[in-house]
Write a protein that binds this ligand. Sequence first.
Ligand code: HEC
Ligand code: HEC
Ligand code: HEC
Ligand code: HEC
Ligand code: HEC
Length: 475
Amino acid sequence: MSRFFASLTRHPLSLLGAALTTASAVVILAIFLFGLVGFEGGPYSGILAYLVLPGFFVLGLAMIPLGLRLQRQREAAAAAGGAPVKGLPVIDFNVPRIRRNFLTFTGLTVANVMILGLVGYKGIETLDSTPFCGQACHSVMDPEFTAYSRSPHARVHCVDCHIGPGADWFVKSKLSGAWQVVSVNLNLYPRPIPTPVHNLRPARETCEQCHWPEKFVGDRLRVRTHYDEDEANTEKKSVLLVKVGGLKRQDGVAGSISQGIHWHIDRNIQIRYLSDESRERIYEVELKRADGSIEKYAREKKPEAGEKTEWRTMDCVDCHNRPTHIYRLPQTELDAAIEVGKIDRSLPFIKREGMKALQVDYPSHEAAKEGIAEQIAAFYAASYPEVARSKQAQVEAAGKELGFIYSVNVFPSMNIKWGTYPNHIGHQEFPGCFRCHDDELKSASGRKIEQDCTQCHSLLAMEEENPEILAQLNP
Ligand code: HEC
Ligand code: HEC
Ligand code: HEC
Ligand code: HEC
Ligand code: HEC
């Protein structure tokens, strides 16, 4: 056996190749085994083990025959100089040494093929992993990753929405990914990353792997809690019965059609719209009904000269454009933090002061955390010295929570401010549904896309203190 290795590595290049291959294989297998027992090495260990080291592994393998060839040339040159000529080795399986060498060679080849198979499989897994997409290019994807990590989809992989099943989108995404690696390294990428994503895979092929229209049936009760900016941070609630919708007739007859909000994605109809590139200004809408008839709605205001426009078929993402990269606004975050008690509601004017503190511009998250905590502490020290003393811990906790809120929504290094990424669900914070439902898109037959408040939800209570409906529902 040792003679076999000696003959393989007589040339220094072969020796180096064998060393390189063996060392890479040992590290790859070690990282693989560590992974099996649950040790996670962070986003870079997978990249190292399954994308970088395999390069060295293959390089080493290639160097071995190259070294053998050089060795052969060297021996031929020596022979020309009069040294004894060595013929080609004779492969005779009757010789035990040859048999052993052959078996060793075959065994090693099988082992190498298995390692390469493992590497190929794990390499693709690495390229598709959430840490690779979200953390490897650190500052660039930090905002998307942070927002994603706090969302209902935090356990859904990036690739489930951004690539989906099948080989063609995998290849497409890796091609565009290769350009992204270049643009990150050469610092060519735009800040913030523009939205919408114009080449996103149609939601039918991604979201519908886990959600499907037939599943959305009926109304959903939503209770939204807000706090006023008065001294008592008065609590007000809106109670809505949201008509999420579903199939109107579920007997499966052709032409059965949904009602309510998810009617837009019924398989029997199609809605297309003409908008500017940001999809915020919608100029025309075309509805194709189940019976094939077409209704065209247009508004008086036309695109400006030179404005880039595009037609698009509506799908999930035209309403749920922020299913997972959810950046919230200061009031939404503050209301939520006060409601769950992370910010103490008994601090006078905490809503108003929190809003003010969050809207200051800071150059970095560190500066923001420090500045916001100081601003809150300074307010209570100056205006409510008694509170500052007796509720020092609550004031500090509020300052800290506000700093956290800032750091998960505003990203100075990527030029992401409050509201940079609009959310199309609803209409209170951004135009959302009212991009179409503003009573101004009209058809020739006089139909319009309505803003009637009861079309999408029943308003059971609107900004009320202790709404009666909640007392009835929860006696
Ligand atoms: C639940 C589905 C889903 C998951 C999971 C998901 N995304 Fe997204 N992503 C979207 C949608 C939808 C958009 C916006 C589409 C639009 O408005 O055009 C988007 C947009 C983006 C954008 C463009 C900037 C923006 O916010 O509009 C980036 C970058 C991005 N995603 C990266 C990631 C990364 C990295 C991960 C994993 C950490 C991830 N996404 C996970 C659905 C998803
Ligand atoms: C791999 C499966 C998967 C994919 C793909 C997926 N989702 Fe989800 N989605 C889930 C799960 C699981 C939940 C439930 C989370 C929970 O209950 O907290 C969810 C919840 C939601 C919710 C409710 C959120 C809330 O506030 O409770 C919406 C809306 C949603 N998804 C939209 C989308 C859209 C739009 C896409 C495509 C861009 C998508 N999902 C892709 C698994 C998925
Ligand atoms: C016309 C806009 C619109 C379209 C298109 C749309 N949705 Fe929704 N969807 C909504 C609204 C509005 C809600 C209710 C949100 C709320 O009140 O929290 C909702 C709720 C949901 C929920 C949560 C349901 C629950 O029981 O709480 C899921 C999941 C969801 N949508 C997935 C999808 C998927 C997947 C698609 C594409 C196949 C889609 N939606 C298309 C507007 C839309
Ligand atoms: C791209 C334009 C567009 C957007 C954006 C849009 N809608 Fe619509 N919506 C329509 C059209 C077109 C109709 C049909 C109007 C008609 O009846 O003539 C409609 C009808 C509806 C209906 C009545 C469905 C039925 O049962 O007949 C509801 C409910 C509705 N939309 C809710 C919403 C909600 C909620 C949002 C935002 C999350 C939204 N829409 C966003 C275009 C849009
Ligand atoms: C095209 C559909 C549509 C129409 C028309 C519509 N809304 Fe809404 N509205 C929504 C959706 C979707 C939400 C988000 C529900 C949620 O918060 O889960 C919403 C949320 C609200 C909220 C709660 C916001 C919060 O967070 O407290 C109020 C209040 C409201 N709407 C009032 C109105 C009034 C008043 C009208 C009539 C002028 C109206 N809406 C018309 C779709 C609509």
